[in-house]
Write a new protein. Structure first.
Length: 332
């Protein structure tokens, strides 16, 4: 079902699209459409934002399935013609708490057939573009020549930048280079999302995730920084020093957490974009509007974790959940 007005794209997204091979209790693996950036594209579009996905997809069976689903969710493909390279794979094991652990197979794959110049040209062809997004495996230092110059060019063109860190240190061969590159990318962003686990991997000072997030914000020029804490809720930090917190009032029936962060980020970005072109100016926001944006993002994540795999909610579904399950605004 189409959900976007393709004549006026608003958001362009670049990064990985892959198949998650999720381990089942019987030892078999269930293939699921995934990739943090692919999930983010679907989640943003399902929130009602006109969305373009910039990376190519494969002509193999998995690539065709990825293309069919993302288009069914209303996302426009900048490159609808498939490429010959194979689809990326991720082997996913989920622990007793529902948290996934990943191993990736991504050499010579379809979604990595991109260049900074190509991404920049694709964005220049979108006259209504307001914001570009990336994160996840696009923050691999081995792809530094692709995504960082593209983001710098987008800032120079006057487009907002949103980055979901979503770090994967276990599959990065040089952790020091990875951390340094991640910080370079985050420095281009108007909106950054990190989890408590991301902050631990970045080795930032601070005795708590919130203090680490504040330390990170001091190093960046970002207008907004969102910190997710899993079942413990989330913080939204603004450049002007204000802070908001939200968490669910009751425990959720968590199936798994695949796609939860992507759904959260999509809900937050949608709320910010709905504020208008000046959304990156924190001073233009009242406390209630910022708190509602955070609570909407929380509702998106809460709905996602109650289903298997990444099933992002629509704007209306998240609004209904937030209304029926008012968030608590103080941490435990």
């Amino acid at each position: 079902m189409a959900m976007s007005d393709f004549s006026a794209p608003q958001v362009a997204i670049a990064g990985e699209a892959l198949i998650d091979l999720i381990a089942r209790p019987d030892g078999a693996f269930e293939p699921c459409l995934g990739g943090a950036v692919y999930n983010l594209s679907r989640a943003i579009s399902r929130q009602g934002v006109s969305t373009t996905y910039l990376n190519p997809l494969a002509s193999d069976r998995f690539g065709r399935a990825l293309a069919a689903q993302i288009q069914a969710d209303g996302v426009r493909l900048a490159h609808p013609q498939p490429v010959a390279q194979a689809t990326s794979l991720a082997v996913v094991s989920v622990n007793e708490q529902g948290h996934p652990d990943y191993a990736f197979y991504r050499e010579g794959v379809a979604d990595r057939q991109v260049s900074a110049a190509g991404l920049t040209a694709d964005c220049a062809a979108l006259p209504g573009l307001q914001c570009v997004c990336t994160g996840g495996l696009a923050l691999d230092a081995r792809d530094a020549a692709v995504y960082l110059p593209w983001l710098i060019a987008q800032r120079a063109a006057g487009h907002a930048v949103a980055v979901d860190a979503n770090l994967r240190p276990s599959v990065m061969p040089d952790l020091a280079a990875y951390r340094a590159h991640v910080l370079q990318v985050l420095a281009q962003a108007d909106l950054v999302k990190v989890s408590d686990e991301d902050l631990a991997h970045l080795d930032l000072p601070g005795a708590t995730p919130l203090l680490q997030a504040e330390s990170l914000m001091q190093r960046l020029n970002t207008a907004w920084l969102a910190l997710t804490l899993g079942a413990e809720g989330a913080w939204l930090l603004a450049r002007d020093g204000r802070r908001w917190f939200a968490r669910e009032g009751a425990a959720l029936d968590v199936v798994d957490t695949v796609g939860a962060g992507d759904s959260f980020f999509a809900g937050l970005l949608n709320s910010l974009l709905r504020h208008g072109p000046g959304w990156a100016q924190a001073s233009a926001w009242g406390d209630e509007a910022a708190a509602q944006a955070l609570q909407h993002a929380l509702a998106c994540a809460s709905l996602c974790v109650q289903q298997r795999g990444c099933v992002p909610p629509s704007w209306q579904q998240a609004q209904a959940w937030a209304l029926a399950h008012p968030a608590l605004t103080a941490p435990r």
